[in-house]
Design a protein around this ligand. Structure first.
Ligand code: GCB
Length: 612
């Protein structure tokens, strides 16, 4: 009995350790010198998780002597009679980064475990340095092992994580093994049901990061939201000897050279006063080179300084009213299909958004790769980032909450120095209930604690006003929590035909800016006909025309992001000859062809002018 109790306590500890944000998550690995582990890896498909459990279904990693069956051991027969029933080195190869679904025909619909292995040599620059292995994203659960030893587990498919490997690393013949499992689960984030493809695999870059013994682990450099002549933030060191250390922050263009001293926790908080700043905005996305030095460590970043606030029913960028001309985007590669990950993918998607006349994008429904926000910074495009709390997840489950909180924390950590990012979205189309309100309320509270400088929102749902179907309203307790009132609405598509838009009026009772997070209609590129024929470009274009007229009547409307920039893969969309596995609400087909509605929206945005 006692043993069981201890075991349960131990398991709870392990689970909560896995789910809490990693304290040592490195930020701005993007700009650090790294050794890439991208490229060719070997893989083994393991639907029965044969390499993880023994035949009694006990995890090998809990056994003192896991034996040759455990795949993370990367076993080789010791002699010619030895029994080993797998071999990474003669198994097939797969490219990292990249989902397995679009690389391997037989894995297109696969959801389960795949083991990845990469062998490498590594020589540290100096013996005192530390080395981390950094994953930009692996969908969905990863169990990571180096040279046969477990480094840890990460849950969540769209955010970075890292493990220190200094003590396990050898100069030659290291093997890194990852058990990647993309099975959907009811208690997961997201849950079983989504309207996008559950791409599995090591979907973003893998890097080795070498840092000095004491290193810059985290920092914020930003405009003081209370005073737009001040830059403020903090720098956090990590390592064995981090108290009372000198730190220097240099911003050459502003002639700033500021010396700081860390406290006993390795942290230095700072404020730089009376600075004449050329603010970042959508027409002038000015980024300053910032360099932070401590001992032998140095990180560089390109940082824009701007403020973002709401005032009554308006959104203010640098204290000026801005209308958000947006579009929603999924992270799919316009070139290869499948999960997007490269700078070229990001460049194409954001260039299309700019052609449309956008100054804003909604990155749905999960954190996209870092190229997207880095490029948005450079291009002057404002960004909504979203946590994958989608539809109906397990609101009452504490682990589900810890998981959602962790994923949100990881994306905030990664992107908190990006000027383009102005909104953290907690969730999409979640049904109201007390448990859901508590869940989202706690997420919002946590977000404000770790980043009080951005706006909070969530894509909510609309309902009839007092039972009157021609008047629509937002009746949701979470509307009181958000800074920006956002909702998805599909009048004219799921709800009547486009002509219905002219019969609907809106009664928004919250005194907040309104940002419509979705509207749209499906059309197959090249399918033409009368505007009353569903799936034609004309139908979709008409829906846009009618919707734009309807929402122009919402007095506090401060922007919108129609659904969606490009057609994307979804297993829910099975209509032959039309959908063929794609959600067709894109303004652009998966082949890059622009549909008629693209022009309706770009004309509308152009007519709004180039003013903020
Ligand atoms: C929605 C969801 C989005 C779907 C879209 C649709 O409301 O937020 O994920 O893809 O509708 O096409 O139905």
């Amino acid at each position: 009995m006692r043993k069981t109790k201890i075991l349960v306590a131990f398991l709870v500890l392990i689970i909560s350790a896995q789910l809490t944000a990693q304290e040592n998550l490195l930020i701005n690995v993007y700009n650090r010198p790294v050794t890439s582990l991208n490229g060719t890896w070997n893989y083994i498909v393991d639907p029965y998780e044969n390499g993880f459990y023994n035949y009694r279904l006990e995890p090998f990693e809990n056994q003192e002597n896991p034996g040759n069956g455990a795949f993370f051991i990367n076993a080789k027969p010791a002699d010619k009679s030895d029994l080993v029933e797998y071999d990474f080195d003669t198994s097939e190869e797969i490219t990292v980064p990249g989902d397995w679904n679009t690389q391997k025909e037989n894995l297109f619909y696969y959801e389960g475990t795949v083991w990845y292995k990469k062998s490498f040599n590594y020589k540290k620059t100096t013996s005192e340095n530390k080395v981390f292995v950094y994953f930009e994203a692996v969908n969905y659960r990863s169990d990571v092992y180096l040279n046969g030893k477990k480094l840890g587990t990460h849950i969540g498919g769209f955010t970075p994580f890292n493990f220190e490997i200094t003590d396990l690393l050898k100069e030659e013949d290291n093997f890194l093994v990852i058990k990647v499992d993309n099975k959907r689960t009811k208690d997961g984030v997201p849950t079983l049901n989504t309207d996008w493809w559950n791409y599995g695999g090591i979907t973003r870059d893998v890097k080795l990061v070498e840092v000095s013994n004491n290193f810059i682990q985290d920092y914020v450099v930003q405009l003081n939201p209370e005073n737009n002549q001040q830059i403020k933030g903090f720098v956090q060191l990590e390592g064995e000897d981090i108290s009372d250390k000198e730190i220097e922050i240099i911003i050459p263009e502003l002639k700033i050279k500021k010396q700081l001293q860390t406290n006993e926790n390795g942290r230095a908080v700072f404020e730089i006063k009376n600075t004449k700043i050329d603010y970042w905005d959508t027409k002038n996305p000015n980024l300053y080179e910032v360099s932070i030095k401590s001992g032998t460590d140095e990180v560089k970043d390109q940082v824009g300084f701007r403020s973002i606030k709401t005032k009554g029913q308006e959104i203010l960028l640098n204290d000026e009213k801005i209308f958000l001309k947006g579009i929603s985007i999924h992270e799919e590669s316009p070139f290869r299909g499948g999960r997007g990950y490269s700078i070229e993918d990001a460049q194409q998607l954001l260039t299309w958004a700019q052609e449309l006349g956008c100054n804003y994008v909604r990155l749905a429904h999960y954190p996209h790769n870092e190229h997207m926000v880095r490029l948005a910074d450079k291009m002057g495009i404002l960004v909504w980032e979203e946590n994958p709390v989608y539809w109906t997840i397990s609101w009452e489950n504490e682990e589900t909450y810890a998981n959602a909180k962790n994923q949100l924390t990881e994306v905030i950590n990664r992107d908190k120095n990006r000027a383009s990012v102005i909104i953290w979205s907690m969730a999409n189309e979640t049904p109201t209930s007390d448990a859901r309100n508590t869940f989202l309320g706690n997420l919002a509270k946590h977000t404000r604690e770790i980043d009080g400088t951005r706006l909070i929102s969530a894509a909510l749902e609309q309902t009839d006003y007092n039972g009157n179907p021609t008047i629509r309203t937002i009746d949701d307790d979470f509307a009181d929590v958000v800074d920006i009132l956002s909702f998805n609405q599909y009048v004219g598509w799921y709800d009547g035909l486009p002509e219905k838009c002219s019969k609907i009026s809106w009664k928004i009772t919250q005194d907040k800016p309104v940002l419509i997070s979705e509207f749209g209609a499906g059309a197959k590129y090249g399918n033409h006909g009368d505007k009353s024929v569903r799936w034609t470009e004309e139908f979709q274009a008409d829906l846009y025309t009618e919707t734009l007229k309807m929402i122009d009547g919402i007095e506090q409307l401060q922007g919108f992001s129609p659904w969606v920039l490009v057609d994307f893969k979804s297993p829910r969309r099975v209509l032959p000859k039309i959908q063929d596995g794609f959600n067709r609400k894109g303004l652009i087909s998966e082949e890059g062809e622009k549909k008629a509605a693209f022009k309706i929206l770009s004309d509308y945005y152009n007519a709004k002018g180039t003013s903020n």
